[in-house]
Design a protein around this ligand. Structure first.
Ligand code: DX5
Ligand code: ZN
Length: 235
């Protein structure tokens, strides 16, 4: 992971009939992380993929050098965390509203050998971080309400990113430990630079990447990823 800025394609918008090929092609186009959205039709009104699919894509993702970033939009979280760790997840994040014991759930993720993270919905306050900074490796700010790809970026996220960045920088100054700051929802080549300037270092993008024509050219994602990289290079 040499890139200062990491791009994490959300496979929610990929062609599931060809999921393995989609992942190989999108990572080879210059992205870093497979963002894996898990929804349960309970915590969010949609139903997606589970540990079985994570296990199916683990080797090919790791073979092309990508981490698997499991974004849990399920409630409760503790029962399913070990299953994803066993299925090859590198990072597991969850929403504080979905756990009765946030500190315990974060520890559970690490106990199973994964990086841990908390996810903040647009209206969820960052104060959930007050007593758990030592237990998080990633902070994920939702820039849409969770549940669906293809929604519009909520501009108030920019100010929240600045606040999260300030918390992380103060913490890193004190401890020397890095925490990644990820943003998820409505990110595209036109707004990614502004989002980076607000403090994000890891960018989830679903529809903006996979929305390109679904042909079979293995380089079909090169141009959209290159335009995101160019925007980031100018920050
Ligand atoms: C939404 C998911 C996102 C989603 C992003 O609940 O967490 O990861 O796939 O999709 P886009 O980039 O299309 O907003
Ligand atoms: Zn997500």
């Amino acid at each position: 992971m040499d890139n200062t800025f990491r791009i994490a394609p959300s496979i929610l918008s990929a062609n599931f009939a060809k999921l393995g090929q989609e992942i190989e092609d999108v990572i080879k186009s210059g992205t870093d992380i497979v963002h894996f959205d898990v929804m349960d039709n309970h915590y969010v009104p949609n139903l997606t993929i589970g540990p079985l699919v994570c296990d199916a894509i683990r080797d090919l993702s790791h073979n092309v050098g990508a981490l698997i970033d499991v974004h849990l939009m399920v409630k409760p979280v503790d029962r399913i965390i070990p299953d994803f760790a066993k299925a090859g997840a590198d990072i597991i994040t969850f929403h504080p509203e979905a756990s009765e014991h946030i500190d315990r759930s974060l520890a559970l993720i690490r106990d199973h050998g994964c990086k841990s993270g908390l996810v903040f919905n647009p209206a969820t306050p960052l104060s959930y971080l007050d007593y758990v900074m030592d237990k998080v490796d990633m902070i994920l700010l939702m820039s849409v309400n969770p549940g669906f790809g293809g929604q519009k970026f909520i501009p108030a996220t920019l100010d929240k990113l600045k606040q999260a960045r300030a918390r992380i920088d103060a913490y890193t100054e004190k401890t020397g430990r890095q925490i990644w700051l990820e943003v998820d929802g409505g990110v595209n080549a036109n707004n990614i630079a502004e989002i980076a300037k607000a403090g994000a270092d890891t960018f989830v993008a679903g529809s903006a990447i996979f929305g390109s024509p679904k042909d079979t050219d293995p380089n079909r994602y090169d141009s959209v990823v290159a335009s995101m990289r160019a925007a980031l290079a100018a920050v």
